[in-house]
Design a protein around this ligand. Structure first.
Ligand SMILES: [Cu+2]
Length: 369
């Protein structure tokens, strides 16, 4: 009983910070529910830009190649053979991790939490079986009237305390590592959630925004429109424009949203951060290996919540620089070309709702020395 109570108290304490974080994030949950219940009736205004965006899509896609490649950049084919960055069939474990924090977190789960959970469960099960067999009415007709045992009470208080301390240390350590501010030389990318697609802004590279929509299947698009192929990624997970980042370099990932709360989540990078309108959340991330990593919006955000995948493509730094150039951006430190070439993503970006967070992006873009 004491053990259970202590466990509950600790669980409550662990849950508290997330509650505290989550609370200011939903000042008005009502519009979201309303929107889900009756998307067309409740929010005609919100529906309109989406239609416009969908109509604009073919026009924006027209000058682009059918496989998403640009001069100097060809989208990387996902590593299906090793299920890198995506779930594996019949897998019960976490996905393979491609960040240091992810590997640490997976180790905490598999090497500390699971063994402790297993041992405690088996121990409690053993005690229950012992009580059932040894102390039933037939086997033990005259019960003992013992009420206190100081030694055993000290033991069953101390051992749970030690177990909880043993769990708390790596947990808090992981938490601190995850929220450690990114170093000054980190590459900043701002992910903005829209209903229902993502926009990735690169304030350190000229501030261009890449608009990322889910790729539809071949049978679902009009003739001549781009559709998903195996090179893009699994069904419902592939996007027309990926969030391209350098591998092995610290990233400062900021999230925000333009309409409702979204969440930027990529399981194989151990990354999940709410994208809240009017707020800028930030977490650092270093991807250890070049590759394509898939994720999804992880906050119920309306009718097409399930159709706004996240595709992160980590490239070696020199290939990333080539991609930035192809987008019309500039590398920090490089001389700025006199007339900035129009970004390739510009038509798509123009169709998107006006970027609301430019004041935030501007100071970050400043240190282009
Ligand atoms: Cu969303």
């Amino acid at each position: 009983m004491i053990m259970l109570k202590k466990f509950l108290v600790v669980m409550a304490a662990m849950a508290m910070p997330s509650l505290a974080l989550a609370q200011p994030a939903n000042p008005a949950p009502a519009p979201v529910t309303k929107e889900v219940a009756a998307p067309v009736v409740a929010t005609p205004a919100a529906a309109a830009p989406v239609v416009a965006e969908a109509a604009a899509a073919p026009a924006a896609a027209a000058p682009k190649s059918m496989d998403g490649s640009l001069p100097g950049y060809t989208p990387m084919r996902p590593d299906y053979a090793n299920s890198v960055g995506m779930p594996k069939a019949k897998e019960v474990d976490f996905q393979e991790q491609f960040s240091d924090n992810g590997q640490y977190a997976k180790w905490i789960n598999n090497a500390i939490l699971l063994p402790i959970i297993t041992i405690i469960s088996l121990f409690v099960l053993g005690l229950l079986l012992w009580v059932i067999v040894r102390f039933n009415r037939r086997a033990n007709p005259v019960p003992s009237k013992t009420t206190h045992n100081t030694f055993i009470e000290v033991v069953w208080t101390l051992i749970p305390v030690l177990i909880l301390l043993g769990i708390a240390y790596p947990s808090l350590d992981l938490l601190a590592k995850q929220f450690k501010p990114a170093p000054a030389n980190a590459v900043t990318i701002k992910a903005t959630g829209y209903q229902w697609y993502w926009g990735y802004t690169y304030p350190d590279h000229g501030g261009f925004e890449v608009v990322s929509n889910m790729l539809k299947e071949e049978g679902d698009v009009a003739k001549g429109e781009r559709f998903r192929t195996e090179n893009d990624g699994p069904k419902l997970m592939a996007a027309d424009n990926r969030m391209v980042v350098p591998a092995g370099v610290p990233l400062r990932i900021q999230t925000t949203a333009a309409d409702v709360i979204h969440a930027f989540a990529v399981p194989s990078l151990w990354f999940k951060l709410d994208a809240v309108p009017g707020r800028l959340n930030e977490k650092s991330l270093t991807i250890t290996k070049p590759g394509v990593y898939f994720g999804q919006c992880s906050e119920l955000c309306g009718a097409r919540h399930a159709f706004m995948p996240i595709v992160v493509e980590a490239l070696p730094p020199e290939k990333f620089a080539a991609w930035v150039k192809a987008q019309g951006g500039t590398m920090p430190g490089a001389e700025k070309p006199a007339p900035a070439a129009p970004a390739v993503a510009a038509p798509a970006a123009a169709a998107a709702p006006a970027p609301t967070t430019d004041p935030v992006a501007a100071p970050a873009a400043a240190p282009t020395k």
